[in-house]
Design a protein around this ligand. Sequence first.
Ligand code: MG
Ligand code: ZN
Length: 191
Amino acid sequence: MALSGKGKLIILDRDGVLNAMRPQPITDPDQWLPLPGSMDAVAFLTQSGYTVVVAENMSGIGRDQVSMQQLNEVHGKMHTHIQKAGGRLSGVWFCPHTSNAKCNCRKPQPGLLLDILDRLHMKAKDTWLVGDGIRDMQAIAAIGGHPVLVLTGKGKETLKMETLPDDTQVYDDLLDFARFCRIQAEKAAEE
Ligand SMILES: [Mg+2]
Ligand SMILES: [Zn+2]
């Protein structure tokens, strides 16, 4: 059955959404540990026709805590695990800058997200960003997309402490959100 996630984009924050957070930036694939259900979630989304990408703040690069080679190796593990589960990432975008750099791509700035939409020819109204931090929600709200907060990573703290954009949806975890998307896609396919 052709599902109608087609033409819709799901942007995922990485740490706290796909994999467990760590106190220090992840420098080694062994430190990258998928959260329960998150790999299946990407598979659900991919198989429902959604385009799925990652957008992350990676200031560890700008601070020389993480090298490009280390980041590539960590992303290699992420791609492998997602593929094994039956999913696919259409790209990984990251901001390498520290907050001092005043760049336009570090979330909550929207530059990274605008670049993704531009390259993939997607529209903000057809885009959801799933994250665990307030900056994720602010970045997607700033361009007119749909903020989705998950309660993994620092999500519970974000829900309690921050003022979320008005239309923020909240889910327990990425799998919970992916199930919702799959039902939407199935409904749309039946119409
Ligand atoms: Mg995060
Ligand atoms: Zn940047």
